[in-house]
Every structure is written in C-alpha cells, then in structure tokens.
Design a protein around this ligand. Sequence first.
Ligand code: CP
Ligand code: NVA
Length: 303
Amino acid sequence: MKHLLKLADLSQEEITGILNLADQLKYEKRNRIPHHRLEGKTLGMIFQKSSTRTRVSFEVGMYDLGGSALFLSSRDLQIGRGEPVEDTARVLSRYLDGIMIRTFAQQEVEDLARYGSIPIINGLTDYCHPCQVLADLMTIREHRGAIAGNKLCYIGDGNNMANSLIVGGITMGMTVAVACPKGYTPDKEIMAWAEKTGRFLCTEDVLAAADGADVVYTDVWASMGQEGEAQKRQAVFAGKYQVNAAVMDAAKPDAMVQHCLPAHRGEEITAEVLEAHAAEIFDEAENRLHAQKAVMVLCMEKN
Ligand code: CP
Ligand code: NVA
C-alpha cells in the first residue's frame, strides 16, 4: 500500500489486511509488547481544520511505533499563504517519511501524492474520511464477529462520512442504507457505484433505512467548513434526521450505534441513545489509534 487517499482505492483483501494488522497492534499494545516498526521515521501532520481524535491518535500512534510526529498547522505553514501544493509536496518529501493531511479539497490530497515522493494519508477532506471508516469497520468486526452480511444504516447529512461508509461498507460485503434529506444526499458517483451492487438504498425515510439494521450510524448536520449554513441545516434536519428511540426500535434489538464524534446531543443523536451505546462509540474512537497505526506501518515501513 502506497498511500491512503480514499477507500475506493482499496480492495476487500487490502482492507481486511489493514484490519488484521490493526487487531494485532491493539493486542500488542494491550499486552505491552513493543512494536517499533517505524523506528526513526517522522510523520508530518498538516491540519487545515480542527481535530481531537485524528491529531492525538496519529501522534500517539507514531510514538508507539518508535517514530515521531510533527504537528503542522496550516495557519503557520506557507501553504496557508498560497505556496503551491506541488512545491510543498516536494519540499516535505525531503524531510519526512510520510504525511497525514486534513483539509477541504480532496484534490489537494491527491496532488500531494502526485507531486511528493512519500506516503500520503488522508485525515479527512470534504469528500471522505477513510481513517475513520477503517476504525468503524474494525469496531463492527469486534462487536459483531464479522462485517459481511450486516446491514448498516446512516442517518443524516450525505457528507464525507456517508461517502466513506458507503464505499467501505459495500466493499466489505455489507448492505448500506442512508437516510438523507433532499439536496443533502451523498456523492452521486459513489451512489451510482453502490446501486450497481444491489446492496444500497438512499431514502428520505429514516425508519425505512433503519429497518432491521445491525449498525446505526450518524454524524453532525453541519460539518467543518459549513458553520455558515448551520442554521439553514437545523431547519432541514431537526426533528427528522436523528438517531433516537424510534430509530433504535426499527433496527435489530441488538443493533450497535456508531458515531465518528464530535457528537451534538439532541441534534443528530439523543443523549439517551449515545449513553446507552457509549461502550461501542468509545471503542470506535479508540480504534482510530490501532487502525491508523496499521495504515502507517503498511504505507511507511518499507519506504
Ligand atoms: N472523528 C474525528 O475525525 O475526530 P476529530 O475531528 O476530533 O479528529
Ligand atoms: N462530517 C464531520 C466529520 C468530523 C469527524 C466534519 O467533516 O466535520
């Protein structure tokens, strides 16, 4: 594996390989078995948006692997003042062994990979959030024993999370149903691809999407960069696109709940559902660390 730019670049076998290594690294960490597989290597972490989980899990992950991580805020980098990405990519490739980037345009991530000569890992764009969905798939497998054959329903905005969940879920053999309001549906090309598999549904009907679901997923109504639309979005989503008791009644009795976090209680999820499923949701947050360590090892160990 050279980069992690988006999940659509990975096969079912490759994703399974990442999850298997993630399980192994989790076991080793729990049992204090050292795994300095990136000794002496440095990861640069470029952030054009805020982060708690992504920043901390990548930084701790590099430390666990015997390397180090450098936090690079775009507020301080010349990229924030307009230095072209093709120059930034070539310069940083001379200093670092890998780059994790969180930004707006997917194209910027693709361009870093194109012009640089080191592994690039996507830590979230407006288009997708592959690291998060690898952790989600790991958590689903942990809690349900398998991924294939489960039904995942996603309720809310057709955003970066929805896009990555559709690609990751379908690739791994799940059925994926998304409930989104008109005008807020996921990426058209991703939906067209998913529809061809016969294991995808996009509807405005929240209970139809949740019907018989094994995994219930949601995310914020307004993502980072959409703060100006928050009020307009409230009016569209409020009282309708929420994971609550009625949604959980429609899902399987033993359904699990996932949320990438941060969560807005009372908006996309009720406080009651979040707390009732806190064990699964915080396992999911923890698994960011293990899944990303696996990605870093697979991308950076041999480079
Ligand atoms: N889920 C997630 O990516 O969280 P952060 O924004 O805190 O990194
Ligand atoms: N859709 C959210 C995910 C945050 C992890 C955002 O982009 O802000």
